[in-house]
Design a protein around this ligand. Structure first.
Ligand code: CO
Length: 141
């Protein structure tokens, strides 16, 4: 497998609306998505669209949210993951495992915030950075 484009940087925050407001007022960002709830993943997201990439703002949705623990450690929010595009998500997952990396969960790709399958790879395998791999979207934004 070969790494593709940086699709987005994930930032965990207590409130996606308040965080979106920071990007709007501090940076003049205007292209910011509406809230999207992903109950299966326990998160609520908004995207700040940039010229070459996106910031994915992530707020916990429900008590079992995987973001809850992260926000306990970083109450004001913090950089959570980076997401790279890959041509084939199954081949990418298998390659990660063959190379000894830990794919989180069952390893079955789940539909992510962009409507395409994603997997996550453990930060211990990537210099402390949680990595999301996503199938290349059909159309780039
Ligand atoms: Co993401």
């Amino acid at each position: 497998m070969k790494i593709g484009r940086l699709n987005h940087v994930g930032v965990a925050v207590p409130s996606v609306d308040e965080a979106a407001e920071v990007y709007r007022t501090m940076f003049g960002a205007t292209d910011i998505s509406e809230i999207k709830d992903l109950p299966e993943q326990g998160v609520r997201v908004r995207f700040v669209h940039l010229e070459n990439s996106e910031i994915e703002l992530i707020e916990p949705l429900g008590e079992a949210s995987p973001i809850v623990k992260f926000l306990e450690k970083h109450p004001k929010g913090g950089q959570h993951h980076v997401c790279f595009e890959v041509e084939d998500i199954i081949k990418a997952r298998d390659a990660m495992r063959e190379k000894g990396a830990t794919v989180l969960g069952t390893g079955e790709p789940r539909i992510g915030a962009h409507g395409v399958p994603v997997i996550f790879v453990h930060p211990k395998d990537f210099n402390g950075v949680l990595v999301e791999l996503m199938a290349k979207p059909e159309l780039s934004h």
